[in-house]
Every structure is written in C-alpha cells, then in structure tokens.
Design a protein around this ligand. Structure first.
Ligand SMILES: [Zn+2]
Length: 350
C-alpha cells in the first residue's frame, strides 16, 4: 500500500529536520488515549490517529446532546459517563437505563441520572437523517439528509453502501469526482484497515470524489457505532406515496432570531418537524452555503453574518439573472419564521 502523506510526531522528531525549539513546542508523541499523534504535511495541525479517542467521543457526545436539546450534561459529565462505563460510543446515552445500569457515572446521584434518562426518553423519535446528523461524525452532519435520502432503514442503507461503494455516496450527494490516482494515499494503512475496506474490491470507477471517499470511510469506521444503539431509537418512517419518488429536499439555514411567534430556533425546528415531516425533507444547514434555499431571520436587529452572506448570494443571483445565466446558482430567500412556513406549505399534498 502507498505511503501515508502525514507523519507521526515521533517520526517528525526522529527526522531531525526542525530545530529543537520548534519540536519542544509540539504536543507529546502520543495522545492520552495511547495512540500516535500525527501532524499534517503543512505542519498546521496535530491530531490523534485514534477514531475512537475518548476526547473525540466526549466532544461528539456534547454536541449530540446540544443538538437534541438535552440540558445539564456538559463535557465533564459526558467524559465521566463514557470513561466510567468504558464506552467509546456517544450514542450509548440512548441505551442507558438507570433501573438496570445504576447511576450515570461514579459519584453521580440517582436523581440526576433519572432526570437525564427522562430527558433522553423524550428525544427517541427522529428521522434516520437526524439520527446520523446528531452523531457529529466528521464531514457527515450537514450532509446527512442527502446522504440517506430515500432510506429509513439503516441496515438497508449500509447494504447499498457496501455493495455500491463510493459511487453510491456520490450519487446520493449528487457530487461528481475526477480522476485520482493512488486513492490509498488518502488515509494511513490503519484507517483503511479499521474501515474494513479492501482497496481492490472498492467499487470506484474512474471518477471519484475525495469527499465521497472520506465520507465512505467514515461511515465504515463508525458503522458499529451507528448500528449498536439503533434499537433504542424510534426512526420515523418515510411517508412516500410513490416509492420511486423521494420527498423534495429544502435546505434551511436558521439565524439566531427567527421571529414571532417562536421563542427560539429550537422551538421553530420542532414546529417544522411536526408539521412538514410527511411532505418535505428539511436539510438544516449551519451556514449559508451554495445549497441553501432559505435563510430564516426575524428581520429585526442588526444583520448577522448569515444575513450578509445570504444578501451577497442574492445579489450574485440577480447579476447572473441579468446576464441570463443562472445555471448552478440558487435563488436564496430570506424570510421570517411565518413566511418560511407559508413557503413550505406548497409542499403539502392537497
Ligand atoms: Zn487520542
């Protein structure tokens, strides 16, 4: 297999190509989890090579609970939960049951443990896309809706993924690739092995996208993690009248203030989920990217960065329209919550 493009810190130190003063400023050769620290080619980032590193799992679990709207469980509590129970899967919080497992972590009260369980109990129902998104897997979260479009069964999704390989990821995401040689160089040998990918059998044609490869490998590495706790989730079934026609996708970015009558973003998202889950797949995106259809903003107060970004995209669209070539440029709309809802009503079946 080809050589890895990144060095371990140990190799970097051994190479003696840099002054001691520089090397002394770097992290230890190994992460606290015991795995090697790697450094990128440009020396701009040091990272732990272990995809199941406790620190990474803690970060992901914290983000997961924030995304779910579960309160009072920050980094130190998440770390205690994962560490004391010997768990390396952030989704394990869904499998936790104080009646069977006792307290959440050493020294935690039963009252707090039960309160946490009660909060989780209320969050078990979600779409497959949401289930994948809350896992906060690198590079996947904002693409979850597109990635699993047409699926409400994770096993079926993986079956397709493993049969079709990278091309399946590209098709789902609607991205094209280009000719790349030496695909094996994208990851270290350990990562390929961990992902269980046989490079010779990998179904890729001439045109593969690097993004698709990364997503594919990530999905394979965390396959067990995603499947392990699925039984504790009520995945909302897709309602499609015609099997061949998946629900339309609308990408929405939401500003901090959404406008009345909603108190906040979460309140608004809850309403949309309840009201539109049968007729449109809403892809929640964190920033105004080129796939954004609507930016929800109350229109009150100072313009946020998101609003400015959307305005810029709108003028770009207007210019393109004048020139008569709007291909590949979306017309973004800025709307308050009520107008956003009115807009989405069009997807409701009569
Ligand atoms: Zn680590």
């Amino acid at each position: 297999m080809g050589k890895a493009k990144v060095l371990t810190l140990e190799e970097l130190r051994k190479a003696k190509a840099f002054p001691k003063e520089f090397l002394d400023c770097l992290a230890e050769n190994k992460c606290v989890c015991g795995a090697d620290h790697y450094i990128t080619e440009t020396l701009s980032m040091i990272y732990c090579s272990n995809p199941f590193c406790l620190e990474k799992m803690v970060d992901r679990q914290v983000s997961m609970l924030v995304d779910l709207g579960v309160k009072n469980m920050g980094a130190s509590k998440c770390k205690a939960f994962l560490r004391d129970n010997g768990i390396t899967n952030p989704y394990a919080i869904f499998a936790y049951d104080p009646a069977e497992d006792g307290v959440l972590y050493d020294g935690c009260s039963m009252k707090f443990s039960k309160a946490m369980f009660d909060q989780i109990e209320e969050k078990r129902s979600m779409t497959l896309a949401d289930y994948i998104a809350i896992g906060n897997l690198p590079g996947i979260q904002t693409r979850a809706t597109k990635l699993v479009q047409g699926f409400d069964d994770l096993h079926a999704f993986y079956e397709e993924l493993e049969t079709e390989g990278i091309m399946f990821v590209q098709n789902q995401l609607g991205i094209k690739g280009k000719r790349v040689d030496d695909v094996e160089d994208f990851f270290t040998d350990d990562i390929w092995e961990l992902a269980g990918v046989d490079l010779d059998e990998l179904a890729y044609e001439d045109a593969v996208s690097i993004t698709a490869i990364q997503i594919y490998v990530t999905l394979m590495i965390y396959k067990t993690q995603l499947l392990e706790c699925l039984d504790y989730i009520d995945i909302i079934e897709l309602v499609t009248e015609d099997e061949d026609e998946p629900l339309p996708i609308v990408s929405i970015c939401i500003s901090t203030s959404v406008g009345e009558p909603f108190e906040n973003k979460k309140d608004f998202v809850r309403y949309l989920t309840k009201e539109f889950r049968d007729c449109v797949q809403i892809n929640y995106i964190k920033s105004v990217t080129k796939e954004c259809d609507i930016l929800i903003w109350s229109g009150k107060g100072a313009k946020t960065g998101k609003v400015l970004a959307a305005e810029e995209k709108i003028s770009k669209y207007m210019r393109a329209k004048e020139e008569g070539d709007t291909q590949g440029i979306k017309e973004i709309k800025i709307m308050n919550a009520i107008d956003g809802i009115k807009y989405l009503e069009r997807y409701k079946k009569q």
